[in-house]
Design a protein around this ligand. Structure first.
Ligand code: FAS
Ligand code: PHB
Length: 394
């Protein structure tokens, strides 16, 4: 027996992209069904992004899920770039008039999940064998299994919000899909520790031993990263070894304020730049990590996903509520213009701030020259600042 369902938009994936899309569509009275291969507890438990652009904050406010963000988030008016211990503050507000908000993706996801209970939307968790089909028809179908039973969803549109390793992108025929990728020769080893942050603002540090990032989740909880070998084993990184390496890369002046302690989360994430074109095939639309990945250096992954959802929700709402497909028809082209600009910034900042094994002494001098140029030129600092706070939506 196959359970048959019908909806207007089937959303595959309930990470930030899928949850925010479901929220915007519910507000507009558009029916959705959301599928995820995991459950809420697993999804909320993933430690990921930490910095929200003002555009993301505005989107979450429009979605009606920003109360806790405003109550608990930390507004940051700048951040530091450091090179071998020398620090230079990028004055975001002074250079752009904008700030960013430090508020973990875990919290954003929690806020979105809480909102969905009020919206009474249909969610299927722990699903398997999700297959989007009939993408070119006006009634695409999503098949899946749950608890050993077969289900089909007939819908008008499918939103592929299922992340980098999802099934949506793979449903686009290989003679149509073009992908672009840059895999970085290192990873990020990240920890969470219940200790006050070493600095009030974030510090991105390039040191001869490697990159380090001092971030936070609150005034009592720090989120720290160090560049590590992509094949590194997190089990070989004791807290003591991490603290010694992190302090060395921050430099003695900054490390003097470092409060160390026992980490309660420790993991290694690989870094890649990735773009899939097009972001639409028939009535399948890709959004978020399903369509693109950026190295976390620029704090763009979550923010770019939100920008996709802003545009995709506007497109679907205009279709249903104004019988106008202008934004559906231009979604892929419009978003890819933004995606590539964000990819450029994330790649450029990663190239500036990390030690690349293949870099010759010349490239190392180029990194230092770029840092010296940024610290001595308001124009160069402004380029960093306007990308970090988020480029305007088209
Ligand atoms: P997500 O990957 O968050 O969500 C996709 C969802 O789809 C998941 O819940 C998954 O279970 C589900 N799914 C997958 N396949 C499915 C299938 N076949 N059927 C049903 N459901 C399926 N960004 C930053 O800005 N800063 C950071 O520091 C940062 N750190 C990161 C660290 C890691 C380890 C990773 C992987 C990403 C990081 N990111 C960071 C980027 C991250 O925040 C993403 O941009 C963000 O999660 C994108 O959200 P979604 O597009 O919803 O994708
Ligand atoms: C984080 O706090 O997890 C974070 C902040 C800024 C980044 C990347 C990660 O660029």
């Amino acid at each position: 027996m196959t359970h048959k369902h019908k909806t207007q938009v089937c959303i595959i994936g309930s990470g930030p992209s899928g949850l925010l899309l479901a929220q915007f569509l519910a507000q507009a009275g558009i029916d959705t069904i959301v599928l995820d291969r995991r459950d809420r507890a697993y999804i909320e438990g993933r430690i990921r992004a930490g910095v929200l652009e003002q555009g993301t904050v505005a989107a979450l406010e429009d979605a009606g899920v920003a109360d806790r963000l405003y109550a608990e988030g930390l507004r940051h008016d700048g951040f530091d770039l450091a090179f071998d211990g020398t620090r230079h503050r990028i004055d975001l507000v002074g250079l752009t008039g904008k700030s960013v908000m430090v508020y973990g993706q875990t919290e954003v996801t929690r806020d979105l999940f809480s909102a969905r209970e009020k919206q009474g939307q249909t969610f299927f968790f722990n699903v398997e064998n999700v297959v989007p089909t009939d993408l070119k028809s006006d009634k695409p179908i999503v098949r899946f299994r749950q608890n050993g039973e077969d289900h089909t969803i007939s819908c008008d549109y499918i939103a592929g919000c299922d992340g980098f390793r999802g099934v949506s992108r793979a449903a686009i025929p290989s003679d149509v899909l073009k992908t672009f990728e840059r895999i970085y020769p290192f990873g990020w080893l990240g920890i969470l520790v219940e200790k006050p942050p070493v600095s009030d603002e974030l510090i991105y540090a390039n040191h001869a031993r490697g990159f380090a990032l001092a971030s936070m989740r609150s005034k009592t909880r720090s989120r720290y990263y160090i560049q590590c070998d992509v094949a590194d084993d997190v089990a070989l990184w004791s807290d003591d070894r991490f603290w010694e390496e992190f302090a060395a890369r921050l430099g003695p002046d900054t490390a003097a304020s470092l409060q160390t302690g026992t980490s309660f989360e420790k993991s290694i994430a690989p870094l890649r730049s990735f773009v899939a074109e097009p972001m639409r095939y028939g009535n399948l639309f890709l959004a978020g990590d399903a369509a693109h990945i950026v190295p976390p250096t620029g704090a763009k992954g979550l923010n770019l996903a939100v920008a996709d959802i802003r545009m995709l929700s506007r497109a679907l709402i205009t279709h249903y509520n104004a019988s106008n497909d202008i934004y559906l028809d231009t979604y892929s082209e419009t978003m890819l213009k933004r995606v590539w600009k964000v990819e450029r910034f994330s790649w450029q900042l990663s190239t500036l701030m990390h030690q690349f094994p293949e870099n010759s002494p010349f490239e190392k001098r180029m990194q230092r020259a770029e840092f010296d140029y940024i610290t001595s030129s308001e124009a160069a600092s402004k380029v960093i600042a306007e990308n970090y706070v988020g480029l305007p939506l088209e």
